[in-house]
Design a protein around this ligand. Structure first.
Ligand code: IPE
Ligand code: IPE
Ligand code: MG
Length: 231
């Protein structure tokens, strides 16, 4: 069998990490326990993507709609986010570029500071780009891009204008989008960028996702025929 690296090298991948709450419920645990396990899995999978030579991976961590959840759950997610950023990535010694996608103005000031530092400190790295989408919505991203263009005085715009003003402007559009947790929808993830992405849905809940599952995704991707509208 081919090594998964052969399939994964150079790919741009988006991952919708869904199913934390159901995973916890199945075990009689609070939803926050699912988020905790999910945060650990996020790190493992990010590391594995780097190992496979993935060029860019985007994790959907918190959507613009996720504020609708109970305050307690939102606070727990934000706390985990801070902890994993602080301790999790030993980024100074690593060759990964970290970018945050989304409207960070709504986040805690300390968290914003940390996010800015991580981005600045890793900006010159040459390895995998790790995008983390927090308070991210695909529609919000497009509106934000258009508002920037208006502020620049544009009255006519092109597709390239929008693409170059998205939060994802530094990354290629995803070749493959993976969603765990059995739902088959994008839930406002990378709406513009996903125009020609291959979609992969799995019933596996995010806290159960592992390296073997990544291997299955990239292998399936390699068997798809991409036509981009051609023949
Ligand atoms: C994904 O898991 C994590 C976030 C959206 C923050 P969920 O919390 O949506 O888990 P389910 O879908 O309720 O199982
Ligand atoms: C999508 O999951 C958002 C993230 C994974 C961050 P949701 O659980 O919020 O999506 P819906 O509500 O089932 O569409
Ligand atoms: Mg969900």
């Amino acid at each position: 069998m081919n090594h998964p690296k052969e399939f994964a090298e150079g790919l741009s991948i988006g991952i919708i990490m869904d199913g934390n709450g159901r995973w916890a419920k199945q075990r009689g645990l609070p939803r926050t326990a699912g988020h905790k396990k999910g945060a650990a899995v996020f790190q493992d999978i990010a590391n594995y993507c780097e190992e496979l030579g993935v060029s860019s991976v985007t994790f959907y961590a918190f959507s613009t709609e996720n504020w609708k959840r109970p305050l307690e759950e939102v606070s727990a997610i934000m706390k985990l986010f801070g902890e994993y950023l602080l301790k999790g990535f030993n980024y100074k010694d690593r060759n990964i570029r970290i970018k945050f996608l989304g409207d960070r103005a709504a986040l805690d000031a300390k968290l914003q500071k940390l996010m800015n530092e991580l981005e600045e400190d890793s900006a010159a790295k040459t390895g995998m780009t790790l995008n983390i989408a927090v308070n991210y919505g695909g529609r919000d991203e497009i509106v934000h891009a258009v508002n920037e263009l208006i502020a620049e005085g544009k009255t006519q715009i092109t597709e390239d204008d929008i693409t170059s003003h998205l939060y994802t402007k530094a990354s290629p559009s995803p070749d493959l989008i993976v969603r765990t947790g059995a739902e088959m929808r994008l839930s406002n993830f990378l709406l513009w960028e996903s125009a020609y992405s291959e979609l992969y849905f799995t019933d596996v809940l995010w806290p159960d996702f592992d390296e073997r599952q990544v291997d299955l995704c990239v292998k399936e991707f390699a068997s798809r025929k991409r036509r981009f509208g051609g023949v």
